[in-house]
Design a protein around this ligand. Structure first.
Ligand code: ATP
Length: 426
C-alpha cells in the first residue's frame, strides 16, 4: 500500500428534492410556484475520506445510509450537489446489476459494449475475451440475449468483465451476494490477487465476514454522514450497534476496570484478565457484572488447551423486571471475524427471570476446537421488556483467549478427524 491517494472525497453532499405531489415538481419546474414545494433530503452530507493506492476499503452502513450514492458519485454515474471527488486511476465498477448492459444484446455483445465503455479497444477486449468467458463460466448462454439470464448468470458475466479488464481501481456494490457460493469464492480469490498486485478495491457490502477478511480499512456511514472510519473490527462493532437501533458509542469504558474489580470481588480471578478497553453498550436493564473462563482443572485463566473442555461463566444482574432473558457469548479472531458462539436460547437452557436486583450466573461448558491462536470473547444479554426485544448489555472483546495447540489443522477449527489408511490389494 502506498501513500498516494487514488480517490479523494471532499465535503461531498448529495441532496434530493422530495415533492409531496408530482404536480408540485411540475409547477416548480415551470416556474408557476414562488413557494418552495419540496423537502430537502440529504443522501450524503459533508462526507470526507481518502483511499490510498493498494488499499481494500469497505463501506458499510444500514440500508439507506448513502453507500450506493457515494459509489455512484465516484464512478460518475451521479453528480454531487456540493463537494468534490478526485479519482486518479482507471476505474472498473460493478454497481447496480446490469448497469451498462443492454438487455436485448447477447452476453458476448455486452462484453464488447461494456469493455468499450470503460475505454478499451476491440483488440484489447479480444485479447481478454478468453479470460472473461472462463471466469463467467456460463457456457453457450454467452450467445443468448442477457434478458434471458438468471440474476446469477448476469452477475457472473458482469463481474467477469469488470475484473478481467485490468482496472487500477475496482469498485463493487454488493454484486457478489447474488452469485452462488463457489462463484463468490472465485471472486474473493480474484480480490486477493488484485490486492497482491497493489490494486485498489472499494466495496460496499452487508457481509461482515468479508469486510473483516478483505478490508484494510472500513468507512461506516449512517444517514448520509460518515460516522467513523477505522479497522474492520472497530467499525463492524459500531455497525452492529446501529443494526439493533442503538446510537453507537465508541467508548473506552470505565467498564473494563469496573468489570475487573467486580470480577475480583465475586470470584478469585488471579490468572484471568479482562480487557480494560472493553467496548460496551446497552441500557443495562440487565447488566453483565462479571465473567470468567475456567479450564478443565477448574482454574480461572485466559489460556485454554485445544481439545480440552472449558467453561465460560457470566453473571448477570437484573436491574429491572425483564422477560425471557438471553445470555450469549461469541468468539472472534483478531481480524474481527465471528467464528462461533451460542446463547441460552439456542441451547434451550432454562433461564430464570429474577426480580429487580436479582442475579444469575450462566455457565457454558464446551470443548475447545478452535485452532491454536489468539481470540476475543464477547458477551451479550438481550431479551424482552414490555413485549419489545431489547439489547440490555453487550461487552465486545471483553477478554482474550489464547488457545494453545500442539497440532493445528487447516482453517478456523479442527474437525477432529479419525484417520485410517489401508493398503489396497492390487
Ligand atoms: N433518486 C432518489 N431520490 C430521492 N432519494 C433518493 C434517491 N436515491 C437515493 N435516495 C435516498 O438517498 C439515501 C441513500 O440511498 P443509498 O441507495 O445511497 O443508500 P444505501 O446505503 O446504498 O442503501 P442500501 O443498503 O439499501 O442499498 C436513502 O435515504 C435513499 O432513499
Amino acid at each position: 500500500m502506498s501513500d498516494k491517494n487514488v480517490i479523494s472525497v471532499q465535503h461531498l453532499s448529495k441532496m434530493y428534492k422530495l415533492y409531496d405531489k408530482p404536480s408540485d415538481r411540475l409547477k416548480e419546474s415551470l416556474g408557476l410556484s414562488r413557494k418552495k414545494k419540496y423537502r430537502e433530503h440529504y443522501a450524503l452530507h459533508d462526507v470526507n475520506f481518502n483511499i490510498h493506492e493498494g488499499e481494500c476499503v469497505g463501506i458499510i452502513g444500514v440500508n439507506g445510509s448513502g453507500k450506493s450514492t457515494i459509489l455512484k458519485i465516484i464512478t460518475g454515474v451521479l453528480a454531487p450537489t456540493t463537494g468534490e471527488v478526485k479519482v486518479n486511476g482507471r476505474i472498473s465498477a460493478l454497481l447496480e446489476l446490469g448497469a451498462g448492459f443492454n438487455m436485448e444484446y447477447s452476453g458476448l455483445e455486452n462484453v464488447y459494449l461494456n469493455g468499450t465503455m470503460i475505454g478499451f479497444s476491440e483488440e484489447e477486449i479480444d485479447a481478454k475475451l478468453d479470460d472473461i468467458l472462463a471466469f463467467a463460466d456460463i457456457g453457450d448462454y454467452i450467445h443468448q440475449p442477457v434478458k434471458t439470464y438468471s440474476s446469477g448468470m448476469f452477475v457472473r458475466l458482469a463481474f467477469a468483465v469488470a475484473i478481467n479488464i485490468d482496472p487500477e481501481i475496482l469498485i463493487v456494490d454488493e454484486a457478489l451476494s447474488v452469485g452462488d457460493v463457489f462463484f463468490q469464492a472465485k471472486c474473493y480469490h480474484k480480490f486477493e490477487e488484485f490486492k497482491k498486485q497493489g490494486k485498489t478495491i472499494l466495496f460496499v457490502t452487508h457481509d461482515l465476514s468479508s469486510v473483516s477478511k478483505y478490508c484494510d480499512r472500513v468507512i461506516l456511514l449512517n444517514k448520509g454522514v460518515k460516522l467513523d472510519e477505522g479497522s474492520p473490527k472497530e467499525m463492524v462493532d459500531l455497525y452492529k450497534q446501529l443494526l439493533v437501533g442503538q446510537e453507537p458509542v465508541k467508548q473506552k469504558t470505565d467498564g473494563g476496570e469496573d468489570l475487573a474489580k467486580a470480577a475480583v470481588a465475586s470470584i478469585s480471578h488471579e490468572h484471568f484478565l479482562p480487557n480494560p478497553n472493553t467496548l460496551e453498550y446497552g441500557d443495562k436493564q440487565a447488566e453483565i457484572v462479571d465473567f470468567a473462563i475456567k479450564d478443565d482443572k477448574g482454574m480461572f485463566t485466559n489460556t485454554i488447551e485445544k481439545g480440552s473442555t472449558f467453561q465460560i461463566l457470566m453473571k448477570v444482574r437484573f436491574n429491572e423486571q425483564i422477560q425471557e432473558p438471553i445470555m450469549a457469548y461469541t468468539f472472534k479472531n483478531i481480524r474481527g471475524t465471528e467464528l462461533t458462539g451460542t446463547n441460552t436460547l439456542f441451547e434451550k437452557a432454562e433461564v430464570p427471570e429474577p426480580a429487580p436486583g436479582g442475579c444469575c450466573t450462566v455457565t457454558f461448558t464446551q470443548k475447545m476446537d478452535l485452532q491454536g491462536g489468539e481470540y476475543l470473547l464477547s458477551f451479550g444479554c438481550t431479551g424482552y421488556k414490555d413485549g419489545e426485544f431489547k439489547v440490555f448489555h453487550r461487552l465486545y472483546d471483553a477478554c482474550n483467549i489464547t488457545v494453545i495447540s500442539a497440532k493445528n489443522t487447516v482453517g478456523f477449527f479442527d474437525m477432529n478427524s479419525t484417520v485410517t489408511v489401508q493398503e489396497d490389494d492390487i
